[in-house]
Design a protein. Structure first.
Length: 85
């Protein structure tokens, strides 16, 4: 019984650490892709924000989290993006 409890705790901790590391990685990649966009390529700030940065960051974060199953990624990722933007 003790072995099962320790094994379960280890697996649970590993999954939580994996999720946290994945979100941090996705956030850093999204920030890097946002910085790489040239603001002079767009005619206005609103166009730069909506067409340039938003689309690029969503695409980059989506690619970084593509290994997750859809039901987990939808629950964790979409509300965060909706509140952030």
């Amino acid at each position: 019984m003790l072995f099962f409890v320790l094994f379960y705790a280890l697996v649970t901790y590993a999954i939580l650490f994996l999720l946290q590391s994945s979100f941090v990685f996705a956030a850093t990649e999204g920030a890097r892709s946002a910085i790489a966009i040239d603001p002079m390529a767009y005619s206005s700030t609103a166009q730069y924000t909506t067409q340039g940065v938003t689309n690029q960051v969503k695409t980059t974060v989506g690619k970084a989290l593509s290994w997750m199953p859809d039901h987990i990624r939808t629950v964790c990722w979409v509300p965060t993006i909706a509140m952030w933007w």
